[in-house]
Design a binder for this molecule. Structure first.
Ligand SMILES: O=P(O)(O)OC[C@H]1O[C@H](OP(=O)(O)OP(=O)(O)O)[C@H](O)[C@@H]1O
Ligand SMILES: O=c1cc[nH]c(=O)[nH]1
Length: 178
């Protein structure tokens, strides 16, 4: 059941504009930066950030993609943890020496980001890896944090944050379900 809408279209737009500014500020521009979106919705968020960054800086930032699948071990074992694996990637540039900014819609246990970092390290040797999430809902199971957060949403572990984006879902919204 939908408990609350936590971000509407305007709030998502503002959050992404702020993150775009923060990325530029922290990296003193975007030279040698690459955005890498994680599977469906992270990819669209990365593309939106690249558009904002172009509007602000007048420079194109490369955007790559990682496709990560969940192998949930709670199907066989009574635990809620899961092990994501990388299914595929589309990386448009050489990652050696670059600052990679991983982008996802929701940061939860951190296991997806860990799998993404493993995949990046297999492809090249970036100088830095940063992380941007539209929503950080807490409950980390690994020592991973986001450098850029649209909104921190405290949640019960049993709840679910659902992000819908125009590109795939017709409208922009972040809701919490119980
Ligand atoms: O930090 P974690 O615990 O790894 O969770 C975060 C991941 O979970 C969600 O994907 P989900 O597997 O729900 O698939 P979806 O993107 O298709 O909704 C979300 O898009 C993140 O990629
Ligand atoms: O609540 C959650 C947890 C993981 N991934 C999501 O998209 N939502």
């Amino acid at each position: 059941m939908e408990k609350a809408i936590v971000l509407d279209q305007q709030a998502i737009r503002r959050a992404l504009t702020r993150i775009a500014h923060e990325i530029i500020e922290r990296n003193k521009g975007i030279e040698d930066c690459v955005l890498i979106g994680i599977k469906t919705r992270g990819i669209y968020i990365a593309q939106r950030l690249a558009e904002r960054i172009f509007q602000i800086e007048g420079q194109h930032i490369p955007v790559g993609e990682l496709d990560i699948t969940l192998y949930r071990d709670d199907l066989t074992i009574k635990t809620k943890s899961h092990d994501p694996e990388v299914k595929g990637s589309e990386i448009p540039v050489d990652l050696n020496g670059k600052t990679i900014i991983l982008v996802d819609d929701v940061l939860f246990t951190g296991r997806t980001v860990r799998a993404a970092m493993d995949a990046i390290m297999d492809i090249g040797r970036p100088s830095h890896i940063q992380m941007a999430a539209l929503v950080d809902r807490g409950h980390r199971e690994l020592p991973i944090r986001a450098d850029y957060v649209g909104k921190n949403i405290p949640s019960a572990k049993s709840e679910r944050i659902v992000v819908t984006l125009e590109e795939v879902d017709e409208y922009d919204r972040v809701s919490i379900y119980e």
